[in-house]
Ligand binder design. Structure first.
Ligand code: UT7
Length: 328
């Protein structure tokens, strides 16, 4: 039994921050950001808005679109590296907010690959036959860990959430295959050093800005292109597919140049590649579910389509997933 996506939704905070606003905060330019990353603007959470708030808006829409009540949800999985708290989990906050009184769940930390980790995990709960409705949300409030004086990072990220409901199908459609990887050797190239048990928050650690995300962008760029292209080629090959057979490619949105390079290596033509980094920046676990929901709402994804997902992120983590689309 496969798992298939029966509902999708996304939510981004109201506030839009343009590249021109960032020009006032750090030494950068709209032109540099657009040409090096493809980003024109990103959404930034309000002061009282956290990952559970974004996720709750997604969860409510998922239920409404599917026409089911919260009590029908069996499991809630929230992929995030910016949870509201260490405890309780963001999933528990969402469960309470929507009144999913029969659900259990948990948060999952897979960074930019988090949504693929979440779909894989959720789909296995479905295929084991014990659960019927699993909600998977990818969310990140990256502004909560961004140093708005560091131009290496603050121009790249945004806040946002998206998600799906997974249900069983016996038609052979749904999630067909996945390849997931992790290599902790790359951990120090993209990380948040402070705030955990290794470096609990102290006045010194906060003053030293250890609670913000840091990266070696150039090195991450190379790993990201290779990682996303390798797993995309491999999943196509093991399913006897080429780039021509892919209807829609939904890559993680970290940098348009990474996406273009990966798509080119996989021989997937530009018109099949979903790009929304210009409007949202890198929302980490949010990028793929946001792009997928936009594609469904605009009719770009249709029944029978073969969809390829690919992501790369901190950890390092990376992976690809193949779906055959089928409406609910
Ligand atoms: O989801 C995974 C998360 N992260 C990523 O995927 C990030 C992957 N890396 C990247 O996307 C790119 O490496 C960046 C966008 C971070 C940087 O682009 P780049 O083409 O690799 O630029 P660079 O680091 O080689 O820097 C080129 C120049 C440098 O100046 P000089 O040495 O040539 O004079 C930088 O100091 O651009 C400068 N620079 C900037 N200038 C204006 C670096 N950041 C900025 C900036 N605004 N924000």
């Amino acid at each position: 039994m496969n798992a298939k996506i029966t509902s999708t939704a996304h939510y981004v905070p109201e506030r839009v921050m343009t590249n021109f606003e960032l020009e006032k905060l750090v030494e950068t330019s709209d032109e540099w950001i657009r040409t090096r990353t493809g980003i024109s603007q990103r959404h930034i959470a309000a002061e009282n808005e956290a990952s559970s708030d974004l996720s709750t808006r997604v969860a409510e829409q998922l239920l409404k679109k599917r026409g089911i009540s919260a009590e029908e949800i069996d499991i809630i999985i929230v992929a995030t590296v910016t949870p509201d708290h260490f405890a309780p989990s963001t999933a528990a906050l969402v469960q309470n907010n929507i009144g999913a009184s029969n659900a259990w769940g948990f948060d999952l930390s897979g960074a930019c690959t988090g949504y693929l980790y979440g779909l894989e995990t959720g789909s296995k709960f479905i295929s084991c036959g014990k659960y019927n409705k699993v909600m998977v949300i990818g969310v990140d409030t990256m502004s909560s860990i961004l140093d708005f004086t560091d131009r290496d990072t603050c121009v790249l990220f945004g806040d946002g959430a998206g998600g799906a409901i997974l249900e069983p199908t016996e038609t052979g459609a749904g999630i067909l295959d996945s390849i997931l990887h992790m290599d902790g050797a790359g951990g120090g190239l993209l990380h948040v050093p402070g705030g955990g048990s290794r470096m609990p928050a102290t006045i010194e650690s906060v003053n030293a800005k250890q609670h913000y995300i840091m990266q070696d962008g150039k090195k991450v760029f190379k790993f990201a292109v290779k990682g996303m292209a390798d797993v995309s080629e491999k999943i196509m090959a093991q399913n006897n597919l080429t780039g021509d057979n892919i209807s829609v490619f939904i890559p993680h949105q970290a940098n348009k140049r990474i996406i273009d390079a990966a798509a080119k290596r996989c021989n997937i033509s530009d018109n099949k590649v979903l790009i929304n980094i210009d409007r949202f920046g890198n929302t980490t676990a949010g990028t793929i579910p946001i792009a997928m929901n936009e594609a469904i709402e605009t009719g770009r994804i249709k029944d029978g389509d073969t969809i390829l997902l690919a992501a790369f992120g901190a950890g390092f983590t990376w992976g690809s997933m193949l779906l055959k689309w089928e409406g609910p």
